[in-house]
Design a binder for this molecule. Structure first.
Ligand code: UDP
Length: 422
């Protein structure tokens, strides 16, 4: 049955440039899910904050899908708490727009805690069930971060708790997240559907390493480690840099051969600084360890280019302190590149340790250095993991995600909440 879906993604526009500040996996998730649902005939409107002045107010997104930019507060990049301050304005404008045109929706699908707040007002006003996906949980983040760098903790937790109580269903990206929702938020497991994320095999597929390196202008003989993602504390890049320094200390011969490419970290068009503060801080760490010749910050790349980077690399490092799913790991695997990741959140469900990659404890640069050394120096292990990675990635498709999400909509609309848990 065709459904009308109001998708709320307040701070993550599905059409945004990826890898910059606050734009990464969630933007990809909303984009791919909306496209898949639209291709099934559902009508999907994604409501998001208007951030880039050159973006048209309404943009098409696949068949039957649209992105509707709502101006709330000033345009441009704003930290999340500044976006939060303008949520009431966002909600009021959204309601005015929808009601003026006499549109209505069957389901509200909200992403992240900021959208959860908007969803509360809409569910009461429109009497429409809410499906919530958090992508990252504030209390999980608090467990791993030394400080509340975004200054959001208490407000965020309160909104998340309310959302867990009131939403008709919650989507968790893995059974680990389901456990966190139960342990930290007392979620009713009957309301939680575990739906893993996907990867687009048309974009991320194996390419001959030599071809990818030639296209990127890289040396065929170097050993390439790749990092891809937002350049933020939570991604553990400083741990990776310490691991690299230790690797060179233990294997001085590798200093001449190994290069770490850090992809991500775009600035916004309005920024006046040449790089984000975090990159400047990481560069200092690189300098301290005399690794300037071994580490390159290449900036953000679009996903077609990223496929070349994954294919060119000998391994992809995902040293995150926490990760609700970890699309980068899955994309690397789909390209046949072994992943060395941390044993946290969804990464544990994406990477099969010893089969499609290696898992190490988060924050442990010694274990990370060991694992990287094993993959770089043992060609048989590398081939075994590359093969396993490709095979494992095949089971994660956006089409499968779309199947499970549409099925979830039907079940909540039929009022069978007790059957939601997949
Ligand atoms: N990404 C990109 N270009 C970049 C950096 C990242 O397209 O320069 C994309 C990457 O392909 C992936 C997403 O951003 O799909 C990051 O998702 P992930 O789940 O790994 O991390 P999150 O951003 O959700 O923490």
């Amino acid at each position: 049955m065709t459904r009308r879906i109001a998708m709320l993604s307040v701070h993550a526009c599905p059409l945004a440039k990826l890898g910059g500040r606050d734009s990464g996996g969630m933007n990809v998730y909303v984009r791919e899910l909306a496209r898949d649902l639209g291709a099934r005939g559902h009508r999907v409107d994604v409501f998001t904050r208007w951030r880039e002045k050159d973006d048209p107010r309404i943009q098409p997104l696949g068949p039957n899908g649209r992105v509707i930019h709502i101006q709330s507060g000033p345009l441009g990049y704003w930290p999340k708490m500044a976006v939060f301050e303008h949520l009431d304005e966002f909600t009021e404008k959204l309601i005015a727009e929808v009601e003026q045109e006499q549109r209505s929706y069957d389901v509200i699908h909200a992403h992240y805690w900021l959208s959860a707040k908007v969803a509360r007002t809409l569910e009461e006003r429109w009497r429409v069930p809410v499906v919530q996906m958090f992508h990252t949980l504030g209390l999980v983040k608090r467990e791993v971060m030394d400080e509340d760098i975004d200054g959001e903790s208490d407000i965020r937790t309160e909104i998340e708790r309310e959302s867990v109580r009131k939403s008709a269903a919650i989507v968790a990206a893995s059974h680990i997240e389901l456990g966190e929702l139960r342990r930290l938020y007392r979620a009713d497991p009957a309301k939680v559907a575990v739906i893993p994320c996907g990867v687009d095999p048309n974009v991320f597929h194996p390419i001959r390493q030599a071809d990818a390196r030639e296209l990127l202008g890289r040396d065929q003989c170097e050993r390439l480690i790749l990092f891809v993602g937002r350049i933020e504390q939570i991604k553990g890049i400083d741990v990776l840099l310490r691991a690299l320094a230790l690797l060179f200390f233990r294997h001085p011969d590798l200093r001449k051969e190994v290069c770490l490419l850090v992809v991500g970290g775009a600035l916004d068009p309005g920024d006046d600084a040449p790089e984000t503060e975090k990159i400047v801080e990481l560069r200092r760490l690189v300098h301290e360890h005399r690794m300037e010749a071994n580490v390159a910050f290449v900036g953000s790349r679009d996903q077609e280019q990223l496929a070349l980077y994954y294919a060119a690399a000998d391994l992809c490092a995902v040293p995150s302190l926490t990760e609700s799913f970890g699309l980068v790991a899955l994309e690397a695997m789909a390209c046949g590149t072994p992943v060395v990741g941390t044993r946290v959140g969804g990464l544990q469900t994406v990477i099969a340790d010893g089969e499609s990659g290696l898992l190490v404890p988060a924050g442990d640069y010694q274990a990370l250095a060991d694992a990287i050394a094993r993959v770089l120096t043992d060609a048989r292990l590398r081939m075994h993991l590359a093969h396993g990675a490709r095979e494992r990635a095949e089971r994660f498709t956006w089409h499968h995600v779309g199947d499970l999400v549409s099925d979830l909509y039907e079940r909540i609309l039929a009022g069978r909440a007790e059957e939601i848990r997949a």
